[in-house]
Unconditional design. Structure first.
Length: 422
């Protein structure tokens, strides 16, 4: 099946200026700063939540419940979040959500400083955070194709990914250091970071064009399902990432590995969480220099297979150095999947449906991350953390082989921007 043509550029984007430096596209710098600040805060918060809940409970089941608590609101709010992104002011929605995230982190800081934090408070905060992200992320994902033309989108997406991963490098490392001073310090830093993201989002230049209000109904999302079924390369990319990370996700077990297997402490946990981001930054820099515009589908499948191999190596490693290298390779491989999936979803979806399609994409991402943590934690309580992560790596390799047969159009996908080379 021939690749679907990309959607027309958003209003205000000049498609004839692919050579314009990225920082000269209005609003792009503010978007990158806001997204980086939000990502940095989320990473610091993840370290604080993971270490604090394990310190309070010493239970892998408790770690699994953290992932479930964040996923449930995201899944339950999928319909209204996507609908809101397509019918209301997307920038205003993102600003509101970032304010909620800042306030929830501030409340957790007060609880930690006061010494009255309980596990149920952490679960409640994570659920509020998940609900806010459910509305924030589908809207935020629509910003980039509205700020740059399709011809430079892969390069802009790689820059955005590199900054996102740079935040993921510094966030966990700093989070591990800050946790030595107390969980309250971590949460306070998160609150400041989310507030900075809110200010940055307010500075993004986006034109809001009101659309006719359509009642929220299942039919509006059935339209999205039909849209995805008619584009197997897009559906294949989204679902491949879902099952690969769902089975191969090892991040839920990082507190266990740092504490009980590698005996590395809070700082070691920060290094382990930073390792995938270090690999991702390196890969993103390469993609900025050499955008992923040829044989994108085959490279995506190969990167997911490498993700599975790296997960298996990490599962069996008892060396801190080997574990860090394996996680770095894992992070680098994941970036390729992120760039391919993001380009397909954002460039080949009309703006009138972009919020709902992004919401479905975010549900799949949330499912793979949060449900993956829940699956890893519950399986680890039965067969141990090593067996849980190792089976996940094997499962990722099997899923990759099956998806190559199920989605041949994705395997043969060449260019992400839909332009046929001369």
């Amino acid at each position: 099946m021939p690749a679907s043509p990309p959607s027309p550029p958003a209003q205000g984007v000049d498609p004839s200026s692919p050579s314009r430096p990225l920082h000269r596209h209005p609003g792009l710098l503010a978007f990158l700063c806001a997204r980086t600040a939000s990502s940095f805060s989320a990473c610091v918060q993840a370290v604080a939540v993971g270490w604090q809940i394990y310190a309070l409970t010493h239970s892998t089941t408790a770690l699994a419940l953290v992932g479930l608590a964040q996923f449930l609101p995201m899944a339950g709010l999928l319909l209204p979040a996507g609908h809101a992104a397509d019918h209301f002011n997307r920038r205003l929605i993102v600003v509101t959500c970032q304010c909620i995230e800042a306030l929830s982190a501030l409340l957790m800081a007060v609880g930690a400083f006061g010494g009255w934090t309980a596990p149920w408070m952490i679960y409640a905060m994570v659920m509020v955070f998940g609900a806010a992200r459910a509305f924030e992320m589908p809207c935020q994902q629509t910003f980039l194709p509205s700020l740059v033309p399709a011809s430079v989108f892969p390069r802009a997406a790689a820059v955005s990914s590199s900054l996102f991963q740079a935040a993921a490098v510094t966030g966990p490392s700093l989070g591990g250091l800050l946790y030595g001073a107390g969980a309250g310090v971590c949460y306070l830093v998160c609150a400041v970071g989310f507030a900075c993201a809110c200010v940055g989002t307010l500075r993004i230049r986006l034109v809001f064009t009101p659309r006719p209000r359509v009642p929220l109904s299942v039919a509006t999302f059935m339209e999205v399902m039909h849209f995805l079924r008619a584009r197997p390369e897009m559906l294949g990319a989204i679902s491949l990432d879902l099952f690969a990370v769902l089975l191969g996700g090892a991040t839920a077990m990082l507190p266990v590995y740092a504490s009980d297997i590698l005996h590395a402490g809070p700082l070691g946990l920060g290094l382990l969480r930073a390792a995938p981001a270090i690999g991702a930054v390196l890969c993103s820099v390469i993609l900025v220099w050499k955008p992923l515009n040829r044989q994108a589908g085959a490279r995506m499948f190969l990167s997911v297979a490498l993700f599975g191999v790296a997960t298996l190596v990490f599962a069996l490693s008892r060396s801190m150095a080997v574990s860090i290298i394996a996680l770095a390779v894992l992070g680098a491989a994941d970036v390729v999947s992120v760039v391919v999936r993001g380009a397909l979803v954002q460039l080949r979806t009309p703006d009138s449906m972009r919020g709902r399609v992004s919401a479905v994409n975010m549900l799949f991402i949330g499912s793979s991350n949060q449900l993956g943590e829940f699956e890893s934690g519950m399986l680890a309580s039965v067969i141990g953390p090593t067996g849980s992560v190792a089976l996940g790596g094997i499962g990722t390799l099997l899923i990759t082989a099956v998806w190559i047969r199920l989605f041949p159009t994705l395997w043969h996908l060449d260019r992400l921007d839909g332009i046929t080379p001369d």
